[in-house]
Design a protein. Structure first.
Length: 288
């Protein structure tokens, strides 16, 4: 049996440029992994089947699960006759804008590459991940990166300056498809992607805070006012900068000074069911 860690991500920026001829949207986003993670165990079986086991009832155990699709893709591509039992221990909130499902798929790709001795490099795994979902390529590598195309073109960036990250997910789930369905590119406010890259390259915490931006945020907030309230509360409790991650509804706050962390955490726990205090990881995954 093999073990892989599947780390959550947050978006420091998320921009949507235009709709592509293939129906996807052209995006430009800067993402970084944080130390909130699902745990994945992979065990080879002789029945040839892909089996998903999880303790959470609302996590699908069929093709709707991206980890299942990752295993299916490798089985078909490399004509693997063995089966695999995938056990998911979930810590990343579901449908939260934190790429939990995508990271599970990426961890499955990395793990099965070892279990089935496929000998693939990280770039090859990331290319395969792009066939599963838009965030999977990034999650294969982890670390900090600029993602373009529909999210599958990955360019490594320096790790963000050290700080605390407080994640808070309200008791709602958001469909990414619904958010993009309500999107009008001509009305979007585009975040300063170049400024964020400069902040990361210079290790400038203040500039990073000012450059945070998510073009999808107003759309999600219009559909889910709870996100507006959560952002306002996090600012009130003392976060240096606050942004929604992905298509939401998770909101994160950046905090430089540890003395403020407990106050913000305790204040949010009063009305938000899922609150996590994490750090940004910075380093990319490596193959064993």
């Amino acid at each position: 049996m093999l073990y892989e860690k599947a780390s959550a991500k947050i978006n420091l920026t998320l921009d949507v440029l235009h709709k592509r001829p293939d129906g996807f949207h052209e995006v430009e986003m800067i993402m970084t992994t944080v130390d909130l993670a699902d745990r994945i165990w992979l065990r080879s079986t002789e029945d040839g089947k892909i089996t998903i086991k999880t303790s959470q009832r609302f996590v699908p155990n069929d093709r709707r699960n991206l980890a299942y699709r990752a295993a299916e893709l490798l089985k078909n591509r490399f004509q693997i006759t063995a089966g695999v039992e995938i056990t998911l221990e979930k810590s990343i909130p579901v449908a939260a804008g934190l790429a939990g499902g995508s990271s599970d798929a990426a961890a499955t790709l990395r793990g099965l590459n070892r279990l089935w001795k496929l000998g693939l490099g990280m770039d090859e795994l990331a290319d395969l991940g792009g066939q599963i979902g838009s965030d999977v390529s990034f999650c294969v590598h982890g670390g900090t990166a600029l993602a373009t195309g529909r999210g599958e073109v990955i360019e490594k960036l320096p790790a963000p300056p050290n700080c605390w990250v407080i994640l808070a997910k309200p008791a709602i789930s958001v469909s990414t498809a619904d958010i993009y369905g309500n999107l009008e590119v001509s009305n979007l406010v585009h975040p300063p992607t170049i400024t964020m890259i400069e902040a990361l390259e210079n290790g400038d915490y203040t500039k990073m805070c000012h450059a945070l931006g998510n073009a999808l945020e107003p759309i999600t907030m219009n559909l889910h006012p709870q996100v507006v309230v959560l952002k306002e509360q996090m600012k009130k409790f003392g976060a240096d900068a606050v942004l929604m991650s992905g298509s939401g509804p998770t909101v994160f706050g950046l905090v430089k000074h540890e003395s403020r962390v407990s106050r913000i955490y305790n204040g949010l726990k009063g009305f938000c069911p899922e609150v996590h205090v994490v750090r940004m990881m910075g380093e990319r995954h490596v193959l064993d």
